[in-house]
Design a protein. Structure first.
Length: 194
């Protein structure tokens, strides 16, 4: 799970944030697809990878994304294809195509509580979808103390509980407040607080 882990330095007050090992693509996306496809195409459990039936998996990685993400399948019975890259379609092209053919504007897909979301995503989620923001907060609380992980885990890179983050402040301001530092111009109305 791509969460952020923080080691609290105890008496030294040194906090270090670390990303947990990411395995979401294989573990959370591809494995369930393989499990679903096996019986669908008639593959038996334990069957050799080099024997039919085979499967072609189309993966939606657009033309502007990193080509390193386009890897061959780890399963011998699955052939990965990347049709958006083959057609040279960017994310903008996909949005335009969906709008033209189906009249829908599809949002960018990602897990609800992905730690790779930027500040704009969290602000929009909190304002436009309070139920989903609440779900992300509950997930953030659930992963706080994971077995086998030293330190606390958080969804947000600030290593603060998602529910407690003041998104009206900049990252730098939040970082300073977390360290117990006062903000120079935080007296309100443009008045120096010193």
């Amino acid at each position: 799970m791509p969460a952020v882990r923080v080691d609290k330095g105890g008496a030294t007050l040194v906090h270090r944030a670390h990303r947990l090992r990411q395995f979401s693509i294989t573990h959370n996306k591809l494995e369930p697809i393989y499990r679903y496809c096996r019986p669908l195409i008639g593959r038996r459990r334990g069957q050799k990878h080099s024997t039919p039936p085979f499967c072609e998996m189309w993966i939606g990685i657009s033309a502007e994304e990193n080509a390193k993400r386009c890897k061959p399948s780890r399963e011998g019975w699955v052939t990965n294809r990347y049709p958006l890259r083959e057609l040279g379609m960017t994310r903008a092209d996909c949005i335009a195509w969906l709008l033209e053919h189906y009249g829908i504007l599809a949002p960018k897909s990602a897990c609800l509580a992905c730690p790779f979301h930027d500040e704009r995503y969290w602000v929009a989620l909190e304002q436009d979808s309070p139920e989903e923001f609440e779900e992300a907060c509950r997930f953030d609380e659930t992963i706080r103390f994971l077995p086998g992980v030293k330190g606390e885990c958080f969804v947000h890179s600030s290593c603060l509980p998602l529910r407690e983050i003041d998104f009206t402040r900049t990252r730098g301001e939040r970082r300073a407040l977390t360290r117990g530092q006062t903000l120079l111009f935080d007296g309100g109305e443009g008045v120096c607080s010193l």
